[in-house]
Design a protein around this ligand. Structure first.
Ligand SMILES: [Zn+2]
Length: 80
């Protein structure tokens, strides 16, 4: 009687069907095209953990038409 060697299960490939995915649109003008932008946060040396001033870019997406920020959820809204 032989026991089959335990093989690690192959990682399941997650197939993403984009035709089923929602297209996010601008809340204001329903434009589906967004452009990439950055909010630059400057952390002053006083509150920085390193004791040095830190420049931290935060990536955001703006509506390519009206410039409305795409809500990414989470803490981003508080950052701005
Ligand atoms: Zn817009």
């Amino acid at each position: 009687m032989s026991t089959k060697p335990m093989k690690p299960l192959p990682k399941q490939q997650v197939k993403v069907d984009l035709s089923d995915a929602d297209t996010m649109k601008c809340q204001k003008c329903e434009n589906p095209i967004f452009i990439q932008g950055y909010i630059i946060k400057r952390i002053s040396a006083i509150v920085s953990p390193t004791g040095q001033e830190v420049i931290a870019p935060v990536q955001v997406l703006n509506c390519g038409n009206c410039g409305e920020l795409l809500p990414m959820g989470g803490e981003l809204d508080e950052l701005i």
